[in-house]
Design a protein around this ligand. Structure first.
Ligand code: AHR
Length: 877
């Protein structure tokens, strides 16, 4: 009976399906279509992998148009990152493999694999031919299950085919020549939007194309959100009138948040160190500038840079025979036949001096002609004005350091330093230096007081250094090695700065740590993870090299030595060296960053793991910060997080430079983060501009970081410093020239957060009279308590073009008639010059507050202070 019933039911279902199609939904979509994968020659082939689909191999519809599903990450920006003739292949296990040619000359092809054509595993660039190029690579599967990758080489004018075998796309046999006729040549030409494109065609399930289309739609809507700006605001919010809001703070719902949330990012980019924070006034003081600093592009960028002769009867050349120190091989040879002419240093765009201020001159001098020689040291103006002078008597025929100080007789911005030997003959000079005595905290070899103070005014809880990309350098030889930057100045090892200039290392690890101590910031050195910058040019594609494993033990030891140098007792080897440098007390290092937005691949993982494990084992007290790539998504982000989670790394460093629209629309980014996984250091972020609109987008986003302060432990805007006329990166937080410091409005936001940080977060809720989501995203509140002062700090951001009349309710807070300090940053969205304005207001358990259009307000409520009389209008009766 039961069987008969089941049978009848089955028949009924089948009839139903056939007749009415009721069980499976009717679909007019094809089961399968053709998928064409290709790259165009646009932007020198840097647009990546595109897809188009067709049902009949004739009419093709591009997905995008030309959306980039895979981007080549090989080598340097601008000249590399090219994807030429991609070849897509589907393995029997369903995995997609894409190989492509990188350029016209390198014997390397690129490979990446993906399950779904959307998420791509880390790219590899196997070097298969050292002296030949590698064009039109293609993949085929052999009967034994291995894969052949063949390519064409046109080296030496002859066209030949070569191939390698692999079973895993990780290990390859040596390249062998192969007959050109054995190549598959399966690339097809297809016309898309009137253009003939070359690529590969596969028959795929419609669902795959649908998922690509969905991804494209998602990206398009994200781009749409990202493009929100002040101009589109005026249309989007054209009909908006003043809004009402209720902001309810609940003191019974609190959580502990990081008290390290706002710090600073220091990188020697934009002349941030030499010619910037480092107070040295002379440029190329050690004659170590080299053509290679700028890869030969600037013929004037050599040992002579910044120096010239004044007067007649003298010559100036560079020599390197028996230098002061091997790390400092070049020095100046000044020959004079007549007394009166001298060697002049032009400073960094001139030297700014202040009347009455003292300047310390030092130099290493050697008199090879064995004569004693007085040197006249003068600050001169462009037209020969004498701004101040002193003399130094030198007598040594071997290198000896001499010093003198001088007082500027007038204030000038065009000074130059002239050294005039008072006895004719030959004198050797090196590491010639001029410092103002007025450095930050008066340190010798110190920092520019005004710039340092501007940084200190943020109240940064930590400072990251020396980068950024400077940490991992352009190629292996350029990795920042901390040991080269401590000790006497003449023994430090200057090197090319990857941003295209020179770093003396005068501002080195000792000075960084000392500055951190001076401003109460935790030092956060970032060490290369044994790999150079993924955008390196030096050494081919740079990043796939990595420090050879045979040298890694020494490298790991350098990292351990750093911790000993910073924290070790004076009796330890490195603690002693720190003490000799002038700091017997430990520097109290707590954090070490390993890696900077590296390409996360096997080379990285092996080296990172080695360093991480060594530090963890020897120094469990140190919080290691790992790295998860240069973006909030993508392969490096995903793979970086995987490694950090697997190893249990305490914190990872995230980077993203995005539009204001991105920050506005992604305030929930950390709401979804798993609290059991590594904590986050948002080590580099900025919103592409220096206007109020940008600053407020950052302020808005920081309210979300405070809300997620249990997972976001630290943040730092990047980059921080930029010398006007010498920027490689914009925007920056603080611009400067020789006499002025020009903090941006973004700086004000950092400062307001830095000066008003807390360690307990109080839940708050914003209810707006307008329920539109795009309006709601523009108003945000964050309330924290600072346990040191016991102050309650209310931060309110209004990124709308209209005012928001808020009623602020402090539930559970004893805030009857309290005094508060209110600071408001507001201005026209395109404005760049607004400054925060502070006044005192009285608040209560419930008080009205009008948030001006485009504004950021901080209300700091001191529970101890009650004003004598409530000010009318501010207290709710
Ligand atoms: O902040 C400028 C640069 O941006 C950093 O050096 C690098 O880490 C990032 O790409």
């Amino acid at each position: 009976m039961k069987r008969t019933f089941l049978l009848l039911s089955l028949i009924a279902v089948l009839i139903g399906q056939a007749t009415f199609g009721a069980v499976t939904p009717v679909s007019n979509q094809p089961d399968s279509v053709y998928l064409f994968s290709y790259a165009t020659a646009k932007n020198s082939n840097t647009n990546g992998l595109h897809f188009a689909w067709s049902t009949n191999l004739e009419n093709w519809t591009s997905i995008g148009p030309e959306m980039r599903f895979l981007f080549c990450d090989y080598g340097r920006w601008g000249v590399e990152k090219r994807m030429i003739t991609p070849y897509l292949f589907r393995a029997p296990d369903g995995m997609w493999h894409c190989v492509w040619s990188l350029n016209e000359h390198t014997g390397t092809f690129a490979h990446a694999a993906s399950k779904d054509l959307i998420y791509w595993q880390p790219q590899t660039y196997p070097i298969v031919a050292k002296d030949k190029n590698c064009l039109e690579p293609e993949i085929s599967r052999n009967p034994d299950g291995k894969y052949t990758i063949s390519w064409i080489s046109t080296a030496n004018g002859s066209k030949k085919a070569f191939c390698v075998l692999t079973s895993d796309f990780k290990n390859y046999t040596p390249a062998k020549e192969k007959s050109l006729t054995e190549r598959l040549n399966q690339r097809k030409n297809v016309i898309i939007s009137g253009n003939t494109e070359t690529g590969t065609v596969h028959k795929v399930a419609w669902e795959l194309v649908e998922s690509l289309l969905n991804k494209q739609k998602l990206n398009a809507s994200r781009d749409q959100q990202g493009s929100e700006n002040a101009k589109t605001d005026s249309v989007r919010f054209a009909s908006l009138k003043t809004l009402d809001a209720t902001i309810t703070v609940d003191n019974s719902k609190t959580k502990k948040i990081s008290d390290m949330l706002v710090g600073v990012f220091f990188e020697d980019i934009n002349y941030a160190a030499d010619g910037g924070l480092y107070a040295e006034l002379l440029q190329n003081r050690d004659f170590e500038y080299a053509l290679s600093d700028k890869e030969g592009r600037d013929k004037t960028w050599n040992s002579n840079k910044g120096w010239h002769l004044n007067g007649v009867g003298s010559t100036f050349s560079i020599d390197s025979v028996s230098p002061i120190h091997p790390n400092n091989p070049h020095y100046a040879v000044l020959k004079t036949t007549e007394v009166g002419s001298g060697l002049v240093n032009e400073g960094f765009d001139g030297i700014a001096v202040k009347s009455g201020e003292k300047y310390d001159f030092t130099a290493f001098v050697r008199n090879p002609d064995k004569k004693s020689r007085k040197l006249l040291i003068r600050l001169i103006g462009k037209n020969g004005e004498n701004y101040g002078e002193t003399t130094v008597s030198t007598s040594s025929s071997g290198w000896k350091k001499y010093q003198a100080s001088l007082i500027a007789q007038q204030t000038a911005t065009d000074a130059q330093l002239e050294i005039v030997p008072q006895t004719a003959g030959t004198v050797h000079l090196d590491v010639i230096s001029l410092f103002p005595q007025n450095t930050f905290k008066g340190h010798k070899n110190g920092l520019r007081a005004d710039l340092a103070q501007t940084i200190a005014d943020i109240h940064p809880r930590f400072m990251r250094f020396p980068g950024g990309c400077v940490s991992h350098g352009d190629g292996l030889g350029n990795i920042y090695r901390w040991k080269n930057t401590v000790g006497s100045l003449e023994s430090r090892k200057p090197q090319k700065n990857l941003w295209g200039y020179h770093q003396t290392a005068g501002l080195g690890y000792f000075e960084y740590f000392q500055f951190c101590e001076d401003v109460g910031a935790a030092p956060l050195p970032v060490i290369a993870a044994g790999v150079p910058c993924q955008n390196s040019a030096t050494g081919g594609a740079g990043q796939q090299g990595g420090i050879p494993m045979c040298d890694m033990d020494n490298y790991v030891q350098d990292v351990l030595d750093l911790i000993e140098w910073a924290n070790g007792d004076v009796k330890t080897k490195w603690g002693k060296i720190r003490a000799e440098g002038g700091h017997p007390q430990p520097f109290n290092l707590k954090y070490v960053g390993i890696g900077n937005e590296d390409l996360i691949n096997a080379v990285f993982e092996e080296r990172f793991t080695m360093i991480y494990k060594a530090v963890k084992e020897k120094h469990p007290e140190i919080t290691v910060i790992g790295t998860v790539g240069p973006s909030f998504e993508g392969t490096d982000y995903v793979e970086g997080w995987k490694i950090a989670t697997k190893l249990g790394v305490p914190m990872v460093d995230e980077h993203y430079y995005q539009s204001p629209g991105w920050f506005i629309n992604n305030q929930d980014f950390y709401d979804k983060y798993d609290r059991t996984k590594p904590k986050v250091y948002l080590g580099e972020y900025a919103s592409w501009g220096s206007t109020i609109y940008n600053a407020l987008a950052e302020a808005l986003y920081l309210t979300a970081c405070e809300r997620n302060g249990d997972v976001v432990s630290m943040t730092s805007y990047a980059p921080m410093l930029a010398r006007e006329g010498h920027t490689q990166w914009n925007p920056d937080l603080i611009y400067f020239n020789n006499t002025e410091v020009k903090p941006t409005v973004n700086y004000s936001v950092q400062q307001l957060y830095g000066q008003n940080s807390g360690d307990t977060y109080l839940a708050s809720d914003v209810k707006l009279s307008d329920k539109n989501e795009s309006v709601g995203k523009r108003v945000s509140a964050s309330v924290v308590r600072d346990s040191k002062s016991n102050d309650l700090i209310v931060k309110l951001v209004n990124m709308l073009p209209v005012a928001v009349k808020a009623n602020v309710i402090l539930n559970g807070v004893d805030a009857i008639r309290l005094q508060a300090t209110r600071t408001v940053l507001t201005g026209l969205p395109a404005g760049k010059n607004a400054r925060p304005v502070t006044d005192q207001i009285a608040v209560s358990g419930e008080f009205p507050y009008r948030m001006p259009p485009y504004s950021f307000t901080v209300i700091r409520i001191n529970p101890e202070k009650r004003p004598a009389e409530p000010k009318s209008g501010l207290l709710k009766k």
